[in-house]
Design a protein around this ligand. Structure first.
Ligand code: KMH
Ligand code: ZN
Length: 278
């Protein structure tokens, strides 16, 4: 384990533009933030799209246009969220893959999500896994809880390896309802990972952002940062741009002698072998 994949999740589906005007919700804002994040050391962008009123959207044309624009302006690995928002129907979330991103998120189970429920029933996980493999899209397995690690093992045992032959997972810690954003919880998750896992990353929601990043680096993992997960750079200091979080992650990684991966190295790590036209 040497270099560090830095994933940036710049927008998410939960925060409102009215409350956070600096959140990149238009395509122009997203592309500008993605370019700055690539320059700061990001290798992968995890994308949620918004509509003209800045609301979360799974509109197929917007998704395709977003993939195309990010490919045109950056060499980042483009990952579309299949999580969407908590109220998005499963069929629309499955249809996200038709936009042909390099990668997609695939959450390994249902979890309480604040006052809501983030629904990921087993048949939906299987459908996503199958469709991603058919379309040559590399899934990133998102783990919000320890039970999700067991579900990932079940998925691999039943269906084998995903497209690309690599198994990359991301622990999303600190969601109210999921595993806490503590090093102890992260280490428990790590110890339960199936042997097929080839790389792992972690993020902490809110105030667990920095401690989880430090713990992940110390334990040999990769990093996810971004305004989807954390809106405050420090106490009383709101994030103004996503590349602030990427720069800090890159500094931390360099300090740990695990500098950021290039986007070409990220593709090798994840098994994303080619850039397909959108
Ligand atoms: N917005 C959350 C309900 C994903 O991107 O795949 C789910 C989420 C996970 O953000
Ligand atoms: Zn997301």
């Amino acid at each position: 384990m040497t270099s560090t994949l830095i994933t940036v999740a710049p927008t998410g589906a939960e925060h409102s533009k009215a409350d956070w005007p600096q959140l990149p919700t238009t395509l122009e804002e997203l592309v500008a933030e993605a370019k700055a994040c690539e320059a700061a050391g990001a290798g992968l962008v995890h994308v949620h799209v918004r509509d003209a009123e800045h609301r979360p959207s799974l509109d197929p044309d917007r998704l395709k246009d977003t993939v195309a624009a990010l490919r045109e302006s950056t060499s980042l690995v483009v990952q579309l969220s299949t999580g969407g928002g908590v109220h998005d129907p499963l069929e629309r979330r499955l249809a996200v893959l038709d936009a042909a991103p390099d990668s997609c998120s695939l959450t390994c189970g249902t979890v309480n999500f604040g006052d809501d429920v983030f629904l990921n029933p087993w048949p939906f996980m299987v459908a996503l896994f199958d469709k991603a493999r058919d379309l040559g899209i590399v899934p990133e397995f998102e783990l919000f809880d320890l039970g999700h690690v067991a579900a990932l093992r079940r998925l691999i045992d039943a269906y084998g390896l995903p497209f690309g032959g690599k198994v990359h997972v991301d622990f999303i810690t600190g969601v109210p309802g999921g595993m806490p954003g503590t090093p102890a919880a992260l280490l428990a998750g790590l110890q339960a990972l199936p042997a097929e896992v080839t790389s792992w990353a972690a993020t902490g929601i809110g105030r667990s952002h920095l401690p989880i990043a430090a713990a992940a680096l110390a334990a040999g993992g990769h990093l996810r940062v971004g305004m989807e997960d954390n809106l405050n750079f420090a106490k009383g200091q709101p994030v103004q741009r996503n590349d602030e979080l990427v720069s800090r992650a890159a500094d931390l990684a360099r300090l740990m002698q695990r500098p950021p991966l290039t986007t070409a190295e990220a593709r090798v790590l994840l098994g994303v072998k080619e850039r397909r036209a959108a």
